[in-house]
Design a protein around this ligand. Sequence first.
Ligand code: KG4
Ligand code: ZN
Length: 336
Amino acid sequence: MKENPIILGIESSCDETAAAVICGRKLLSDEIISSASVHALYGGVVPEIASRAHTDAVDEVVARALAKANIQKEQLDAVAVTYGAGLLGALLVGLSFAKGLSFGLNIPLIGVNHIRGHLAACYLEDENLKPPFITLLASGGHTAIIYVKTETEFEVLGSTRDDAAGEAFDKVARVLSLPYPGGPHVEKLAREGSDTVAFPKMLKGLGGYDFSYSGLKTAVINYVHTKEQKGEPWSRADVACSFQKAALDILAQKAVEGALEKGVNTVAAGGGVIANGYLREKLTECCKKAGLKLVLPEKKHCTDNAAMIAAEGLVQYRAGNFSPLSLNAEASIPLR
Ligand code: KG4
Ligand code: ZN
């Protein structure tokens, strides 16, 4: 087993077809072909369109990643691929492609849990990062505070009881007539507004490390509908700003609390919502105040990408966890 293997990562769980090559924790290339603009026409990801787009793009994106890394496929030591969670048809495209490479090149196949990939993105940001630390995970499907004991052992301290943070951004975006995916658009609009709408502090009400976003989302929807029905003026930018603050302050706060309680000196983060500039500032501020080190993946490694899949592939490679060619795609898998 090599200390610093060359690993190709492939991701196709949703609307991004991505491939990346790493050598140890060093990122050699990182390519994405996205079908997001097509899905935006429908207000959300259309599974059949996503599958077809992956089929069209996977060959090219892998070829590009190998070329940019200046690596011949025969030099690869393993191929890591997302096998879940995600859209089944979409996952099968990347998984089948990776199996073909694994079989043809006679190299190990490493099936990667997409969420573990989001957590592993921080290893590319800081080559020396070592557990234990606390990770704040906030994506379109998950929101959790996780105690990372070792690279392969986790304890979920708390998670959302209903909607994920990213999901709340997407739903609020819809109410504000912003396109899909909503997060970046809400963030942009929020920059033009101020925190003038007092959305209930229902997020604060939950003890421990749990979250609830459904109440906040409903409060935003009710606020907008009431204003419209009464014909009263209201500011879209102020709603975006107030919602964003209510949704994100609590994440930074609980991540820091988790680190202090567990006695670790580092907070890391992963998932699409971590690309949010306001949240990044808040995390920076809260960690600084508490004397904690913060590791934030680059914004492009927060949203879906293949670099994080290769990074988690490396974790599994070093642990000797390889997958059989019979590995199947799974629509939903726990963090394991
Ligand atoms: O991690 P990700 O790309 O896919 C999943 O695994 O779910 O996360 C996508 C989610 C979407 O809900 C999107 O609206 C949200 O991340 N997101 C953001 C931002 N960029 C993406 N939310 C808030 N602010 C952003 N800048
Ligand atoms: Zn994701």
